[in-house]
Design a protein around this ligand. Sequence first.
Ligand SMILES: [Cu+2]
Length: 134
Amino acid sequence: MRRLICLIALVSIPAIAAEPCGSTLGGASMRAESEHYSVVFRTVPARVAVGRAFALEAQVCAKGAAPRPTGLRVDAHMPAHRHGMNYRPTVVAEEGGRFRAEGLLFHMPGQWQFIFDLEAPGANERITKDLSLE
Ligand SMILES: [Cu+2]
């Protein structure tokens, strides 16, 4: 039951800015796309290290007339190994349409994949982005 509660730790995403997606994020960022949404994000610190907790700052933008997303879940896994992280990140909405996920930790080197699950009226979407960790 505890796990279930963590899985649905959704946050509401504030108004989406008209500027280019990710413009409210400082510094280098990664970008991932789905049919209706873009996610621009960066890790804090910028360089992810094995066994070190990190955070993720991101902005979600709707494309065209896509409805504004109402919730977001952040996770990561290693597709080739069929396992996730040992920790469940928490997601907090911030100003300017940004959000911050805390408590990510990649416990082994290899090919990881970030997962952004967006809840939106009528259509949930999953956006993924690979990250290779040495
Ligand atoms: Cu693994």
